[in-house]
Ligand binder design. Structure first.
Ligand SMILES: NC(=O)C1=CN([C@@H]2O[C@H](COP(=O)(O)OP(=O)(O)OC[C@H]3O[C@@H](n4cnc5c(N)ncnc54)[C@H](OP(=O)(O)O)[C@@H]3O)[C@@H](O)[C@H]2O)C=CC1
Ligand SMILES: O=C(O)[C@H](O)CS(=O)(=O)O
Length: 481
């Protein structure tokens, strides 16, 4: 395995109440490298009972954390941000080894993940309340915004650092405690972030990171009345389940779920820019991204030219281990991910589409980036999130037609369109039923804008000035004077 500058960042224990602990059972989970199947490390498999016990610790720690001046919380978060930057090489390598993405992408994610901590370190000092003119002369009305208390996060494997900090940073900035349960496939990035949080002075019990059986731990977190907030990123199917599990305790929830992003190219688009945007949106993280283009709609007048230009760019992609210089497409995360891409290709071909580029298994978890043309709405790829390096091209004639096609899905996370016509920009950005819209760009993710979806792509927003709201409660105080 490539060498870490600081091997102590590769953790084999869970962060519980400020200590690094093993499971009482001694059970562990192996973490493997999707590039070659080698074992990168092992993490504990905590039981539900062990997680139950640490929830109580979180409740105690949260009170002390919330009692600190906001400036103190801010300074510790800032230190955490600085430590992430100082350790970007090791954090990126750990991510590539456990998730597979190219090292440059992994380091990019570390910087993206760190930006949420930087952002909410600042927001921590600006959690303002209100005074409201009272209806009576002998009354005074104030509104406080207070931390909701103990929060929990269940996070996916595709962005093993950013999905942690996009939840933990606003939670801690608000004065909450947070318990993070990362995906079994990619826990090492989360645990390394935990180590840096300890070094930054985040007190024991404020941030806890647990690994172990998803269903069992998830049930403990959702059933707990002490856990007042759950934030989840992952499939819509699991999001529905967790939402139902949170109902009995009336928990506040944030859900960032599946997507089915349309990527629309109009006749008047800058075609080269549209191709660049499609490459960035579609093939980032080998397409294993909830906001990546899932359906590419190209207006008839430029369809053939766009397809040819895109195919030329896709042919230039280099598939290989993320640690190899020049790799631009790493391995998929697990076998079922390749099965899904293949199933979408096979279904489309059976229904009349044409495979003009790629589409082959390359051994192990490597898959050749692919392009389909002649795709129609009756194909699986139109209705399901592929979550892989497959670009299905749909042809359309009119603006009204493509907006209707784009909106014909239960999802509503991200959408993209390319036009140089101002009126069309206004009509299309307003007509698309999505939480986030990219106009003449394929990359929309950053810490300053509200990230989230509508319809069955989720609830709530992460990042931006809005992202802290989900970790706060409003309290109205009416004083008789
Ligand atoms: N919005 C997004 O960013 C993401 C969307 N997805 C979508 O979901 C599809 C499937 O991906 P997958 O990784 O299986 O996503 P899942 O939704 O299955 O997993 C996401 C997280 O939830 C955990 N989890 C799964 N089931 C439960 C449960 N019953 N209770 C508590 N936690 C649970 C997983 O744990 P563990 O993995 O350890 O089992 C993981 O940590 C993808 O193809 C994609 O369409 C997936 C990832 C991210
Ligand atoms: O869940 C995801 O796929 C991420 O949110 C994508 S992004 O934030 O890196 O765009």
């Amino acid at each position: 395995m490539p060498a870490l500058k600081d091997p102590s960042l590769l953790k084999d224990a869970c962060l519980v109440d400020g200590a690094w602990v093993q499971a009482a059972s001694g059970e562990t989970i192996a973490v493997t490298n999707p590039a070659d199947g080698s074992v990168v490390g092992h993490v504990p498999s905590l039981s539900g009972a062990e997680v139950e016990a640490l929830i109580a610790r979180a409740a105690v720690a949260q009170k002390g954390w919330a009692a600190l001046p906001a400036k103190d919380r801010s300074a510790r978060l800032r230190r955490w941000f600085e430590l992430m930057l100082a350790n970007v090489d090791d954090l990126g390598l750990i991510m590539t080894l456990e998730q597979g993405k190219p090292l440059a992408e992994a380091k990019g994610e570390i910087l993206y993940a760190a930006s949420f901590i930087e952002w909410f370190a600042e927001e921590a000092k600006r959690i303002y309340g209100d005074t409201i003119p009272a209806p009576k002369a002998d009354q005074r009305i104030t509104v406080l915004r207070q931390p909701i208390g103990v929060s929990a996060a269940i996070t996916p494997w595709n962005f093993p650092a950013a999905m942690i900090t996009r939840k933990a940073a606003p939670a801690l900035a608000a004065g909450c405690a947070m318990i993070v349960r990362p995906a079994d496939l990619t826990p090492l990035s989360a645990l390394a972030l935990g180590e840096l949080a300890v070094r930054a002075g985040i007190p024991a019990g404020v941030l806890q990171i647990v690994t172990g059986p998803a269903r069992e731990i998830g049930k403990v977190l959702t059933d707990s009345d002490t856990v007042r907030k759950l934030s989840f990123t992952g499939s819509t199917e699991v999001g529905r389940l967790l939402m139902a599990q949170c109902a009995p305790t009336i928990k506040k929830i944030s859900l960032e779920l599946g997507g089915n992003a349309p990527f629309i190219v109009f006749d008047d688009a800058d075609l080269d820019a549209a191709v660049e945007g499609a490459m960035a949106s579609k093939y980032r993280n080998a397409g294993q991204t909830c906001v990546c283009a899932n359906r590419l709609y190209v207006q008839a007048g430029v369809y053939d030219a766009f397809a040819a230009k895109l195919a030329e760019k896709v042919r230039a992609l280099k598939v290989g281990p993320g640690t190899e210089p020049g790799t631009t497409i790493g391995p998929m995360i697990e076998p079922k991910a390749l099965d899904k891409v293949e199933a979408h290709i096979r279904d489309a071909l059976d229904k009349g589409a044409e495979l003009i580029q790629g589409g082959r298994r390359l051994g192990g978890l490597f898959f050749e980036p692919a392009i389909l043309t002649g795709v129609t709405s009756d194909m699986l790829v139109a209705r399901e999130e592929t979550f892989g390096p497959l670009a299905p091209l749909f042809r359309f004639e009119t603006e009204e037609e493509v907006i209707a096609l784009a909106n014909d899905t239960i999802f509503g996370l991200a959408a993209y369109f390319y036009t140089r016509d101002h009126g069309r920009m206004v009509r299309v950005s307003e007509g698309l039923e999505y939480g986030m819209v990219g106009h003449n760009t394929g990359l929309i993710s950053n810490e300053v804008a509200p990230f989230g979806g509508v319809k069955q792509s989720g609830l709530g927003r992460e990042g931006s000035k809005y992202g802290i709201e989900d970790y706060l409660e409003l309290k109205y105080v009416c004083s008789a004077i």
